[in-house]
Design a protein around this ligand. Structure first.
Ligand SMILES: Nc1ncnc2c1ncn2[C@@H]1O[C@H](COP(=O)(O)OP(=O)(O)OP(=O)(O)O)[C@@H](O)[C@H]1O
Length: 737
């Protein structure tokens, strides 16, 4: 801006010269063009003017639109300030309004007097209180438009002249333009700042929005993939009932989802101290199935997880391998792992391991999701093990069924112990007494006297009658197999033992076991029997775990067991254990008075079965029956009656003495008739078979099994031969074997 022409000398302040004015304008223009902020600009203006116009107080107020108020923006005083920057007063109606309208300066020679005249001017009153006595107020016009005012005040009255006003009026315009420019620049800066702020706020907002959308998309994707994984997991793990298959399906899914390198599953069993499980390692598109140690390591991570039932997370196996498994994993090149507990019906049943070759991998794995996978896996494993248990029980049930079918075929009428002889009455009383207890019973008596019938009566009258009475004919079992038959075996216990099998003792749990012909048990099995009687527990062949057995033992023998024990042929400790409650069943020849009752009993039974009404017995027959010695006892008696009923016609029962075995001493006349009859009667098929077996046994010196044995000679399987011998009542003896 060009310098204003010099004011006329008359009107200039007396101490002011033309060169000073020029320097002042020049300095002021320089300052105004330096681009300072408003405060700096006004401070410099105040400095410049201090040498030109006298003042003790100088201030600038700027017009603020649209409220049309004047606000004090800068003030400098040599004393106390009452009218401070920030003070604003409405223009309209004020004493300054005419100044702003006309652009004319105002000089007040006596402020105190002015204040009294214009009591409404509070600003005047304030500066009067600051000690000001006169003032010069100059409107600031930029391009003719009022932008504010500049106030000069003096502590002396009558300080300002028209010359001061004139000089300042010339300076007012560049000051006003400078102020306006600065203000506009300030405003521009401020709006730029605001714009920048608004822009950055907008950017921030957009960023936040984008982040939020990204987050939600990620969350959506994650929950979608979680959902898919869980659905897929549920589908695959439930598609099989084989534990290994279930694990494999689950491991593949986990590997795909988490990009882990190894998945393992370790399970415990309440029945065994060892653990079992699987591990699969993924390398490229190949899988390896390393062996999983079955022995729990002391202080293992497995135990820790089982006990605490919370996941064990190791982010760096390099830094943290205090558990033995972690040490091993670290040594085989793994970097991080998670072990998760598997719970089934609130019991810890195992641990699922997820291992990565990289460190810090668990940070990327969703533990919550893994927990859900574990509960799915637990259910599937539960199903699989329940299924295999059902399968096992089914097989066992089949075994039991076979056994029961055999039992049914034997067709016992155990409910009926016939005979009212004193000897039989004694037996009946003994049966009733012992039935109420759990004591071991030893039934002794000749063959066919009804020992089994009595054993069954004891069982049926006892509290165990709802459960099985398992019968074992110790003489009919091959000595090599008797232990496995009685106590069962573990899979692999011997050649042919392909799977675990429960023995007769286990079958009889909560019931009774009838060990017929106990004297035929081999010595090594006698030891095992002794243990059952003493400790009430068994051990399967090939097994190491004792199994508790709650069973009542009823043993029977037609040998004099005491004599056998004394002769060292039977363990005497076992004999004493068995002989807790002996029952001696008398032979039929010692209770002939029971014969009529037995006869009636069998006639009734067979009449019914054969639909043959027998109402009479001929006298001769009755004589034979009463006189014969019955070495085969009731069984022989029963057979004779059955046979006679088969061949008898009409309502009378008659027997041939020839049917009776040679050992029973019949009167000689009967014997003669019997011999005659024998030569006349053709042998039955059963008799031919019996003779063939006896011949073979004799020729093979009693050997049944193996090369040169009776079974081989007869072209039969040894077990079939045993069956036939049992049917024919042919006894095997220890020396036969
Ligand atoms: N007192 C009796 N009342 C009715 N039937 C009897 C009696 N005694 C034995 N029997 C019958 O005689 C047959 C042989 O009996 P059981 O098998 O019980 O004899 P056992 O002494 O066990 O023979 P073994 O010593 O040969 O094993 C069976 O059919 C049985 O029902």
């Amino acid at each position: 801006m060009p310098a204003s022409p010099l004011p006329s000398a008359a009107s200039l302040p007396p101490d002011f010269h033309a060169p000073a004015y020029e320097r002042l304008v020049e300095r002021m223009l320089r300052q105004l063009n330096m681009g300072h902020g408003l405060d700096e600009l006004l401070a410099s203006v105040f400095d410049q003017l201090s040498g030109v116009v006298p003042y003790n107080r100088i201030a600038v107020a700027l017009l603020e639109e649209p409220a049309h108020v004047l606000r004090l923006v800068a003030c400098r005083s040599d004393g106390e300030v009452n009218l401070k920057t920030g003070y604003a007063s409405r223009v309209q109606g004020s004493t300054l309004a005419p100044l702003l309208e006309t652009g004319q300066p105002r000089i007040i020679a006596d402020l105190a007097e002015y204040s009294r005249r214009k009591p409404t001017s509070s600003s005047t009153a304030l500066i009067v209180r600051e000690g000001m006595r006169s003032s010069l107020t100059l409107p600031l016009l930029a391009d003719g438009k009022p932008i504010g005012v500049i106030f000069f005040s003096s502590r002396e009255p009558d300080t300002y002249t028209a010359g001061h006003a004139e000089l300042l009026a010339r300076l007012a315009s560049p000051i006003a333009i400078g102020v306006e420019k600065t203000r506009l620049i300030g405003q521009l800066r401020q709006s730029n700042q605001e714009l920048a702020l608004a822009n950055s706020a907008k950017d921030d907002f957009l960023d936040t929005l984008k982040c939020e959308v990204d987050k939600q998309t990620q969350q959506l994707r994650r929950s979608e993939s979680r959902y898919r994984l869980l659905v897929e997991m549920g589908r695959v793990v439930n598609s099989s009932l084989d534990i290994r298959e279930v694990f494999h399906h689950a491991a593949v899914q986990i590997h795909k989802q988490l990009e882990c390198d190894r998945v393992s599953l370790l399970l415990t069993s309440s029945k065994s101290p060892t653990r079992h499980g699987f591990a699969v390692e993924f390398t490229g598109d190949r899988e390896y199935w390393p062996d999983v140690p079955t022995q729990a390591l002391p202080g293992s991570a497995f135990d820790w997880v089982m006990q605490h039932r919370v996941p064990q997370v190791v982010r760096s196996l390099r830094q943290d391998h205090s558990f033995p498994e972690d040490q091993r994993l670290f040594e085989t090149g793994y970097g991080s792992k998670v072990y998760l507990p598997l719970l089934s019906r609130d019991l810890s049943v195992g641990v699922l391991g997820i291992v990565s070759r990289r460190e810090q991998q668990p940070d990327h794995w969703d533990l919550e999701l893994l927990r859900e996978i574990c509960s799915q896996l637990s259910i599937a494993l539960d199903n699989a093990s329940a299924y295999s248990e059902i399968e096992r029980l089914k097989r066992e049930l089949e075994q039991q069924n076979v056994y029961l079918r055999d039992e049914i075929r034997t067709d016992h009428d155990f409910g009926n112990i016939i005979g009212d002889s004193p000897a039989m009455r004694q037996v009946r009383v003994a049966v009733e007494q012992v039935a109420l207890t759990d004591s071991t019973v030893l039934i002794l008596g000749e063959t066919g006297t009804g020992k089994e019938l009595i054993a069954r009566a004891i069982h049926e009258s006892s509290s165990r009658s709802k459960n099985l009475l398992v019968k074992v004919n110790c003489a009919s079992l091959a000595p090599g197999l008797i232990a496995s038959e009685l106590f069962g075996h573990e899979s692999g216990a011997f050649t042919g033992a392909t799977e675990r099998r429960r023995g007769r003792f286990e079958l009889s749990h909560h019931g009774s076991i009838f060990l017929d012909e106990i004297s035929e048990v081999p010595a090594e099995t006698q030891v095992m029997l002794l243990r059952v009687l003493q400790e009430r527990e068994i051990e399967r062949v090939g097994g190491s775990e004792p199994i508790e057995i709650d069973t009542r033992v009823i043993a029977a023998s037609n040998r004099d067991l005491k004599a056998a024990a004394e002769a060292g042929e039977f363990r005497d400790d076992l004999y004493y254990r068995l002989n807790v409650f002996p029952i001696l069943v008398p032979p039929l020849r010692q209770r002939r008075e029971d014969i009529p009752a037995l006869l009636n009993h069998f006639i009734a039974r067979f009449s019914n079965r054969m639909n043959k009404p027998i109402t009479r017995v001929d006298r001769r027959t009755m004589e034979i029956l009463m006189q014969y010695d019955w070495p085969g006892n009731v069984r022989e008696f029963e057979n004779i009656i059955e046979r006679s009923m088969i061949i008898s016609r009409g309502d009378t029962l008659s027997i041939e003495s020839s049917w009776l075995s040679g050992d029973g001493s019949l009167p000689s006349s009967t014997q003669e008739r019997a011999l005659e009859a024998t030569s006349a009667v053709q042998p039955t098929l059963a008799e031919i078979e019996r003779r063939a077996i006896l011949d073979a046994l004799q020729r093979c010196d009693g050997k049944i099994y193996g090369p040169g044995g009776a079974a081989e000679t007869l072209g039969l399987k040894p077990t079939t031969l045993y069956g036939k011998m049992r049917k024919q009542r042919i006894k095997t003896t220890r020396q036969h074997e």
